[in-house]
Design a protein around this ligand. Structure first.
Ligand code: DX5
Ligand code: ZN
Length: 220
């Protein structure tokens, strides 16, 4: 069964602390924090001081999904703010190996994110150096976009490469996840479903999380 990482991008920003507490109590497995710099992606969202402010509202691991250029300049601030897993994009301008090392030296887990147009094979040389792979199912920048189904085969390709290398790290999928698309992703092998709109805008958050967690239960 996949784990569920609600993205607070779809939460009510005027009371984000309460939203983080509410989604944690509703059964989330992680808190997914979307960080955008207005440069790597066209939108601007949350910074490390916000992560620090939100940290007391939940005991769940915080995933900071950094959609920013030169993440190496900011990973320390996010680590110190209380992020447990720091995801950086393979497309971002940086010395990726150095960034990943930096995250690990800070005692945090490192994730590697791959945008829809990027072949997943580009991530293969780094699989031994990361703790999570993030397959983007929308072009990052905004919540509430339509799921891009073409990315699904990337999950199987990555899993096959991991098996070949004798590595087992979770694959997270992010963007446009609903019960329907979550089902497709879970069947394709996704271990973690990141979902903003379908969790935070649901009439019953607990039900929405449970429905996502049940995705792929009837595999085959
Ligand atoms: C996209 C973000 C996603 C997104 C998820 O740039 O990385 O995490 O906000 O939101 P929904 O589930 O609404 O697509
Ligand atoms: Zn995200």
């Amino acid at each position: 069964m996949p784990q569920v990482a609600p993205s607070i991008l779809a939460a009510d920003f005027s009371r984000l602390g309460e939203e983080v507490r509410r989604v944690s109590e509703a059964g989330a497995d992680y808190i997914h924090v979307d960080v955008m710099d207005g440069f790597f992606v066209p939108n601007i969202t949350i910074g490390p001081s916000m992560v620090r402010s939100l940290r007391p509202y939940s005991k769940l691991p915080f995933i900071s999904h950094l959609m920013i250029t030169h993440p190496e300049n900011h990973v320390k601030a996010f680590a110190e703010g209380g992020s447990d897993i720091i995801e950086v994009h393979i497309e971002a301008e940086q010395d990726l190996r150095r960034t990943l090392r930096l995250i690990h030296d800070l005692g945090k887990k490192a994730g590697l994110a791959v945008n829809p147009p990027t072949p997943v094979e580009k991530a293969f040389p780094y699989l031994g150096e990361v703790d999570m792979l993030l397959v983007m199912s929308v072009n990052p920048g905004f919540g509430g976009q339509k799921f891009i189904q073409d990315v699904l085969p990337k999950i199987g390709l990555a899993k096959a490469e991991m098996a070949r290398l004798g590595i087992r790290i979770p694959v997270e999928i992010d963007g446009g996840i609903t019960v329907e698309t979550g089902e497709l992703a879970a069947r394709a092998g996704a271990d973690i479903l990141a979902a903003g709109t379908s969790v935070f805008r649901a009439p019953d958050m607990r039900e929405a999380i449970e429905a996502l967690r049940a995705c792929g239960a009837s595999k085959g």
